[in-house]
Write a protein that binds this ligand. Structure first.
Ligand code: ATP
Ligand code: MG
Length: 163
């Protein structure tokens, strides 16, 4: 297989279907994997992370919300940690240092980032980019853009049942 992006496009009609996609990714992913989540407010990014947490075995006692004000939340999972970032309110790329982003790099964490613009500006390379769009009926079109072999391997293993 080449390094070229293999794109998977999915229609999600309910929040449950988006949760399910996240869960599958969580069950399939291995450590040191990074995911960028793109799409407008309310598009379903955090919903996917809730499913991801379930798939990774994060304890049900944690309620996962957008870490808009604290920028980064970390959750212990079964095999590795889940680091959930939301850079919507980040003022500049320099602030990433203060929230300890460098410290999680190279650790056995799965990193998932809402509003990843600042990291992209710094040429941070995500293994998988997920783009959420509203279709005319308020359903979501979810596109997966893996990059590099780990991302391609992950996407090729997904069996999303609602296409
Ligand atoms: N198909 C769908 N997929 C995901 N969420 C859906 C879907 N249909 C309805 N919803 C609802 O839309 C909302 C999505 O909110 P969510 O917090 O996941 O968005 P977000 O992209 O993280 O927004 P923000 O940028 O503000 O953090 C939830 O209330 C969810 O129940
Ligand atoms: Mg969110």
């Amino acid at each position: 297989m080449t390094e070229k992006n293999l794109i998977k496009k999915i229609h999600s009609h309910t929040a449950e279907q988006t949760l399910d996609l996240g869960k599958q990714i969580g069950q399939t992913v291995s450590s040191q994997f990074s995911i960028a989540l793109k799409g407008d407010l309310g598009a379903g990014k955090t919903t996917l992370v809730q499913g991801l947490a379930k798939g990774l075995g994060v304890n049900d006692g944690y309620y996962i919300t957008s870490p808009t004000f604290n920028i980064m939340n970390e959750y212990p999972a079964k095999n590795f940690r889940l680091c959930h970032l939301d850079l919507y309110r980040l003022g500049s790329a320099d602030e990433l240092e203060y929230i300890g982003f460098d410290d999680i790099m190279g650790t056995d964490a799965v990193i998932v980032v809402e509003w990843p613009g600042f990291l992209e500006e710094m040429q941070f390379k995500f293994d998988l980019e997920i783009k959420f769009e509203f279709d005319g009926n308020y359903n979501r079109i979810i596109s997966l853009f893996p990059s590099g072999q780990p991302g391609i391997n992950l996407v090729s293993k997904l069996f999303y049942k609602y296409e």
